[in-house]
Design a binder for this molecule. Structure first.
Ligand SMILES: [Zn+2]
Length: 203
């Protein structure tokens, strides 16, 4: 068995549907393949993540849209045929797995301050800290990666801080939600939700 054959078996195993000869074959492969052992470990984490993910009504046709959103070379790979037959939660898990390689490496390399928002004219950046000064208003969402946020003014939207902190003065007013994400997995979760909602809104 090679790694490509092992992957769908791991999913079957996590779904509790792997028996007999296939279970044995997977076990044998895992004994000799550290890469797949690591992958299974990550899959188990993703599985736990998906379990903890709030149950949502899955819009009809979501699976098809996910398949369409994938690059064509991915769609040609045979194990995606297996994905097609599985429920949307599994699709989400598989998607995270596929993206995980690049996400994790991005996570490790990307330690520079990143500030995103639709209105950054009132935002002041000093060193690794992003300030919203008192009396100033940010008209929209604010996302900061790898930095601190000090809010003394108003934010008319949500704040998402990834791998950083947010501090609010008594003068601060934030109309939306404040989300702090400190771990790669939390970030993945956030991305997954973000991505799934993008897909479900797409026509
Ligand atoms: Zn392997």
């Amino acid at each position: 068995m090679d790694c490509r054959e092992a992957l769908p078996l791991m999913h079957e195993y996590l779904d509790g549907g792997l028996k007999g000869r296939e279970a044995l074959a997977l076990k044998e492969h895992l004994l000799v393949c550290p890469a797949c052992r690591e992958r299974l470990k990550q899959l188990e984490k993703v599985e736990a993540l998906v379990q903890a993910w709030p149950q949502q009504e899955v819009p009809s046709g979501l699976t098809e849209r996910i398949m369409q959103a994938l690059p064509p070379e991915r769609r040609k790979q045979p194990w995606w045929l297996w994905v097609r037959r599985h429920p949307a939660a599994s699709v989400a898990a598989v998607f995270v797995l596929v993206m995980m390689g690049s996400f994790i490496s991005l996570w490790n390399e990307d330690t520079e301050l990143l500030v995103k928002g639709s209105d950054l004219s009132s935002v002041v950046i000093k060193g690794d800290t992003v300030y919203v000064p008192e009396g100033k208003t940010v008209a929209g969402n604010l996302m900061v990666e790898n930095g601190k946020v000090q809010v003394d003014g108003d934010i008319k939207g949500n704040i998402v801080v990834i791998d950083g902190t947010v501090a609010m003065a008594s003068t601060a007013h934030i109309s939306g939600q404040v989300t702090e994400i400190d771990q790669a997995f939390g970030w993945l979760w956030y991305k997954m939700n973000d991505w799934v909602s993008t897909i479900s809104q797409a026509k």
